[in-house]
Write a protein that binds this ligand. Structure first.
Ligand code: 6AU
Length: 377
């Protein structure tokens, strides 16, 4: 670890000003505004629990981390579903959503996993992460997909539908030429029927007419808001503008688990990949600070964090979970190892009162940050 790197003692406000990535700049400012460097890992079982937890713990956190694939009842509707609802809560409480998808595959596959498929992660997650075992090109692939998406969502899709006389009841299955993964599905504007006349389950409907869909793109003057959000959740957190539409990537450079096979060479390759893709890579999921070059200003976010129960010795050993997870206190991770944000899952979720436990973690992690930057005085 680079003990004396300037980012270890620079206040977050200063690092915001120096951040080259718009989302990193935003995140550092959010941290200062909320006096929080806490990420809640919302590994609960149902979408209902997830939304309720995000709403209740939202005031204490700056990042909400999800594993959408372990949530039952996740509603995939891009406009009214769980992702859209989480995005509304993120705006209301001022936090970013980090989908802990750990992409690891060839570039083309990760592009599709990121932008298309059931979850359309890019639509609702500001941040995702990737393991670069497959090589650095997949980072560029994700960056390109994010850039394309950003270009497209800055234009609102205007769809017009014309209904004419049927000429045939046979239409091709599958995607038409020019369809892009992640593009808004015209089915959503057609009352559940796609342009090939099938309903959402793929059943053929009785065709009574031909439907022509034309799409044009018009500039949208503000980031897209979901059309249907719970009353009260349309609020926007005060004191800061809405998050930029940029998307960001964290490279999984080191893991918290016992016997982790990631080598020093692998971690160093992550640092190099980050430097090569500064417009998209915000920083690292790591166990220590990895900034070494004078102008490195990557953000570090660290899992494997737990506090002993209230009143117990804070410097004592914290047991792992028996399944490989290892824990350290916020103080050790932030003050000694130099991380910026701690990720806490079960430490908060399994507490009797998760929102007040989130507050306890927020205070401890923020205190650890303050003592780290004061160490230079
Ligand atoms: O606090 P916990 O142990 O309940 O949860 C930790 C969370 C889980 C893990 O999937 C994730 O952090 N995680 C990660 C991430 C964020 O990528 C990396 C790692 O090295 N260790 C780890 O626990 O959701």
């Amino acid at each position: 670890m680079s003990e004396r790197h300037p980012t270890l003692t620079a206040p977050f406000a200063e690092r915001a000003a120096q951040a080259s990535h718009p989302l990193t700049n935003y995140l550092f400012r959010l941290m200062v505004l909320k006096s929080s460097n806490l990420c809640l890992s919302a590994d609960v079982q149902t979408a209902r629990e997830l939304l309720s937890l995000a709403d209740k713990a939202g005031p204490s956190i700056v990042v909400l981390k999800t594993h959408y694939d372990l949530i039952s009842g996740w509603d995939y509707n891009p406009v009214t579903g769980t992702g859209a609802k989480l995005a509304a809560l993120a705006r209301k409480h001022g936090f970013l959503i980090f989908e802990d998808r750990k992409f690891v595959d060839i570039g083309k596959t990760v592009q599709m996993q990121y932008t298309a498929g059931t979850a359309r992660i890019i639509e609702w997650a500001h941040i995702v992460n990737a393991n670069i075992d497959a090589g650095k090109d997949m980072v560029r692939a994700l960056a390109e997909a994010a850039a394309k998406w950003k270009e497209r969502i800055n234009y609102e899709v205007k769809t017009s539908v014309t209904v004419g006389t049927p000429v045939s009841d046979h239409f091709d299955d599958g995607m038409e030429n020019g369809d892009e993964p992640g593009r808004l599905d015209p089915r959503e504007q057609l009352g559940g029927f796609s342009r090939d006349g099938r309903d959402a389950d793929g059943r053929k409907g009785s065709i009574v007419s031909i439907t022509t869909v034309t799409q044009s793109f018009e500039p949208a003057d503000s980031p897209r808001l979901p059309k249907t959000v719970t009353e009260g959740d349309e609020l926007v957190f005060a004191g800061i503008e809405e998050a930029p539409t940029d998307r960001g990537l964290l490279l999984l450079a080191q893991m918290s688990s016992k016997g982790c096979l990631m080598t020093k060479e692998y971690t160093q390759a992550c640092v190099e990949a980050a430097r090569e893709n500064k417009g998209f890579v915000m920083g690292f999921v790591a166990q220590e600070a990895l900034n070494t070059l004078p102008d490195d200003n990557f953000i570090h976010i660290t899992p494997g964090c737990k506090l002993p129960p209230e009143g117990e010795d804070e410097n004592g050993h914290i047991e792992g979970d028996g399944l490989g997870q290892q824990y350290n206190t916020p103080e050790k991770l932030v003050t000694i190892r130099g991380t910026d944000i701690v990720i806490v899952g079960r430490g908060i979720i399994q507490a009797g009162d998760p929102p007040s436990e989130a507050e306890r973690y927020r205070k401890k992690a923020w205190k650890a940050y303050l003592s780290r930057i004061r160490a230079s005085e």
